[in-house]
Design a protein around this ligand. Structure first.
Ligand code: GUN
Length: 309
């Protein structure tokens, strides 16, 4: 049986839902699943065709300092995705005892190597290393994360950075794919990191949404999340329950962690929360794959930038 929410959704996004409803994936409660895996595959297939036409392949250098298991998995996934679509991928593993000067020298080497078109320093870095100092050694034209002050400054002053940070970009690509318009919507972001919350807030402001950022010091979180048309949670622990949301809101879950049984989980209690939402991202299979897709798109964008003169 189709619920009234289903018909409401057809009314809200008519072009998309009427023409493409056969491609949508629904839960039993007629909530639409925002399928990041499917969109990633589509975007990477398109990118592969574009890369085939380039005279030389783009090259992505990833610096991994130390042996953090989660970072090793992320870096490996980035490498695999790059190689699959024809991007040269170089992973530089460095010991966590490395000093700042040595790390900066490595980055300078990559900055000056014309064969390398994109550089990424995997975060987190060991505590004795000044993350901001290291990130800002990357040439802004090769800063594939968009994390340097030059790129962040552009984003925060309404100018175009060379590229937009990967996870926020992936979130917006996914919402766009489902024709979700943020204009005038109240978007609540939980988490204020440089990787997700802060850049995302600016990118969403640019879409004319009203943005609220919540974080670990926010008082009475539920009273704010209940007013969200769109809730984006990027915390890394289970904090979102069904009584914290208004009916038919859109939920984007950026958090990812292993629970006590070793199962991959997000910030949102999917089983309990999804019935009251109109759209929701799964974990895994939502924003994770979109971050990878955005990284590959950014790599090609920086290549084009460096080969346009
Ligand atoms: N660690 C977790 N996410 C990211 C990311 O998007 N970029 C980098 N450089 N490190 C990360």
């Amino acid at each position: 049986m189709y619920s009234s929410r289903f018909f409401l959704r057809i009314y809200i996004t008519p072009q998309f839902n009427l023409f493409f409803s056969q491609y949508l994936c629904y839960t039993n409660d007629m909530t639409i699943i925002l399928d990041g895996k499917k969109l990633r595959d589509k975007l990477l297939a398109q990118l592969e065709q574009r890369i085939k036409k380039l005279s030389t392949p783009p090259s992505l250098a990833v610096i991994l300092v130390g042996e953090d298991p989660a970072s090793q998995i992320y870096v490996n996934n980035k490498k695999k995705a790059a190689e699959k679509i024809g991007i040269n991928s170089i992973v530089i593993n460095l010991p966590d005892t490395i000093g700042e000067e040595e790390l900066i020298e490595k980055i300078e080497e990559l900055n000056n190597d014309s064969d390398i078109t994109a550089i990424l320093v995997q975060l987190p870095l060991p505590k004795h290393i000044d993350k901001t100092k290291i990130i800002n050694c990357i040439k802004p034209e090769k800063d594939v994360d968009g994390f340097t002050v030059a790129n962040f400054g552009r984003l925060f002053s309404c100018q175009k950075p060379y590229v937009y940070p990967c996870t926020p970009k992936g979130i917006l690509l996914l919402l766009d794919e489902y024709n979700i318009n943020l204009e005038g919507q109240h978007v609540v972001i939980i988490g204020r990191s440089n990787i997700v919350g802060r850049p995302l807030s600016q990118m969403i402001l640019n879409r004319n949404a009203t943005v609220t950022i919540c974080h670990s010091h926010t008082k009475n979180l539920a009273s704010i999340t209940k007013t969200a048309d769109v809730l984006i949670s990027a915390v890394g622990e289970k904090i979102i329950e069904e009584n914290m949301l208004k009916s038919d809101c859109i939920v984007v879950d950026v958090g990812i962690f292993k629970d006590e049984t070793g199962k991959t989980r997000g910030d949102v209690d999917f089983e309990k929360v999804s019935p009251i939402t109109s759209y929701i991202t799964p974990v895994p299979g939502g924003i994770g794959p979109m971050t990878i897709a955005s990284l590959m798109i950014n790599t090609v964008e920086l290549y084009n930038l460096q080969h346009s003169e």
